[in-house]
Design a protein around this ligand. Sequence first.
Ligand SMILES: C[S@@+](CC[C@H](N)C(=O)[O-])C[C@H]1O[C@@H](n2cnc3c(N)ncnc32)[C@H](O)[C@@H]1O
Ligand code: SF4
Ligand code: SF4
Length: 327
Amino acid sequence: MQTIKKTYNSILPHIYAFLGKTYLPYYPSKISIESGNLCNLRCPLCPTGQQDKTARKGFITFDVFKRIIDEIGKHLTLIRLYNWGEPLLNKDLLRMIQYAKERRIDIKISTNLSMKMEDEQIEVLLKSGLSKIYISCNGASRETYMKYHVGGDFDLVMNNMKRLNAKKHVLSECRTSLVWLFHVFKHNQHEINKARELAEKMGIKIKVSKMRPDMGKEVFETTQQAIERDKAWLPDNPEFSVISKKRRKRIGCTLPWTEIMINWDGNILPCCAVYSEKHAFGNILENSFAEIWNNEMYVSARKEILGRKNTKHTICHTCKRSGYLHG
Ligand SMILES: C[S@@+](CC[C@H](N)C(=O)[O-])C[C@H]1O[C@@H](n2cnc3c(N)ncnc32)[C@H](O)[C@@H]1O
Ligand code: SF4
Ligand code: SF4
């Protein structure tokens, strides 16, 4: 029953987008909620790593999280509880995960795992009910890792990953999937196989993934501009990058039909590539989600994507002019 509901919820938005509907009678089933846009690392292609000042900084509190879940939780099947910061720094993280799990919503995080962790912390994290933990580690050696995860500690990450994995296998009730996330850049492309071997040795899943150019600027610039600025980071094999001179232009975006991003301060953004509150479509602490989801900003963004006349300029207008993300 749950599987049928999940499939239905994930197909419905695409049908409405395909039919060109701009007023939507359903709620999205998958959302991202920002745990907090502060971080202990300084990754060069991440706006938080760059200490970008265009967004207000903070962590979501349990009360704000609860308010979101109490309003839209019954429609949700998945929450990504991270976006532009380090989720393990949020003191309310476990309470939020438990609150979502009690409502049978899958919840996952992505973490740099570059922090000292007590045995007890590892255990409660694994017992919290998270469905997945992505561990961001773009290197298979100390030297390579440090080029992207500035301020991080490769040995600490490896050690934490091993401890998490070992504990997971002791806890028979633990269903959390651990995935080492390895984004391929020019500086680490020679270590893909080494990383795969290391992961196999540790008995942990690895996902070799496409890199993105400067993630805070993607919406505002063309592919060509991103390639020019970030060419030193681009891997030789274009299959490992979301941008490529050969890639076809995206013909549109369905994200304002399928997903939403809720910032730590309640601001609602149309997707997780948009960073600053100045592009918000509304704030869930000021208006109900039902009001925001079909407000003038949302309807204008959808109409703009469909090539129809509309009334309000949104960040999706800018993104479309840039050729859409990764176009
Ligand atoms: C901004 S991070 C926030 C979560 C956490 N701090 C982390 O790094 O996992 C969100 C996601 O972006 C990914 N990421 C960071 N830099 C990237 C890049 N240049 N290209 C693609 N993904 C990237 C991370 O691996 C992570 O899964
Ligand atoms: S660890 Fe994550 S949030 Fe922190 S700077 Fe790196 S990519 Fe950004
Ligand atoms: S059009 Fe661009 S800014 Fe708008 S939702 Fe899509 S990717 Fe995000």
